[in-house]
Ligand binder design. Sequence first.
Ligand SMILES: [Zn+2]
Length: 432
Amino acid sequence: MDADIVIKNGMVLTMDEGFTLHEKADLAIKGPKIVDISPQTKFKARKTIEAKGRLVMPGLINCHTHAAMVMMRGLADDMPLETWWQKFIFPLEKKLLNPNFIKIGVGLAAVEMIKSGTTAFSDMYFFEDAAAEVCKKISIRAFLGEGILDVPTPDFPDIEKTLSFVEGQHEKWKGDPIIHLTVSPHAPYSCSPETLKRSRQLAEKYDLPLHIHVSETAYEVDEIRQKYGASPVEHLENIGFLNERVIAAHCVHLSEKEKEILVKRQVKVAHCQESNMKLAVGQAPIVELLQKGVAIGLGTDGAASNNNLDMFDEMDSAAKFHKAVRRDPTVMKAQDVLRLATSEAARVMQRPDLGSLAVGKTADIIIVNLDRPHLTPLYNIYSQLVYSAGGGDVDSAIINGKLVMDNREILTVDEAEIIDRANFLAREVSHG
Ligand SMILES: [Zn+2]
């Protein structure tokens, strides 16, 4: 009974539908899959990880980010979204983005994510081929979506070139075990109905998730209403865009009718609580959407509006914000919020093999050090993870069956070198 990795004597939190928790168990991994979870595994492995006093759990899944924007962390804070984007971020992107910028930014983001327990992320940005190469090297699972916009992007002069790039990228990466693609039209206000329809066709043709920003600000809702005589979700419904592939990021401003459309079309939602708070765009109706059975996953959004990629922070904020604004401490319970970063996030990404631990599932796993002052005493593991833990408590990460971080050391790349290169590039950004 050979395995590649055996994690011994850990507390194993499966995040399966019954919330099965093993107080002490071994977990065996062979190739990319989990082959055993039992009190004393019979599997023998080349690599054994002793996990006494540690928690073994599914790696966190970040459902919406713009990874390379870590290079703009702290550059333009405390201003409205429209000013932030149009005056600062977009001009800077036009001027500075190139494959080298993306490689450095995505490298930094990937290391930050792994070190805070994220094993998979969904990205929407530019030069996604450069991003793919970096993620492959670092061995982080990535769902990459080249930003599709009607206006010229930093990498393509027109929409035709962008769409043919997306097709070519699919040919290049199809079947890769950790690099996955999405079709990512930016938003209803930046993409014409024609562009949205063509994006949807591509997603159908290649069987990919369709990732888009929807109703992030009230301004955007007004703009779409004036242009198309319908609010954003209605507009998307009217042009036949919505189906179960769609991952709608934000969904802050929704009418009752729009919520029903999301339910009917089985649209997935990426909820970016910290970005929504920081840009003060409003209160996403997440509690109502959860009650209606909509699949919701948490996302950090880009680090320029967060300002980190730590999903533990995101869980803490999502759990507390909705309690605060509703004056109801019973909503967004810790256990449910943890699902939004694991099993429900896997549903959002349309990958049922991720987000929970069971024999036959893909081994995207993190090991959390519980033996710490702020995690003591331990009465309720869900409360501990959502309200007390932070990304820095994650010791080790396994992605697709490969040990990528061991005792906080990234094994695939030189972390210090990545930080140096990012600091060097930052000089160019601050002069930009
Ligand atoms: Zn975004």
